[in-house]
Design a protein. Sequence first.
Length: 106
Amino acid sequence: MKVVIDTNVVFEGLTKKGGASRLVIEAWLSELFVPCVSTALIYEYWSVITRKLSAARVSRLDPVLSEMLDHARHVEIYFTWRPSSPDPGDDFVIDCAVNANAVVVT
């Protein structure tokens, strides 16, 4: 199953113990689904993590996020669906999901 994971879920899953977001990250690393990412989504993951966390925490999470992205399928964006989200900042997530033909957007 192809899945696009929202930045908030990635951030919460990497920074908090327990909870649904952490389970999503563990499933990602266990390759229980096919995570799909676009270039814009990758930049968003890194931007949020580096903006919200100290340099020391970023350096500890860097290998984990890198491993996650190594297990992800990169999606080229050939068509955009703007405007389509109630939050225009999430349009690139929808673009990734549509272009990947993803089943789930978390």
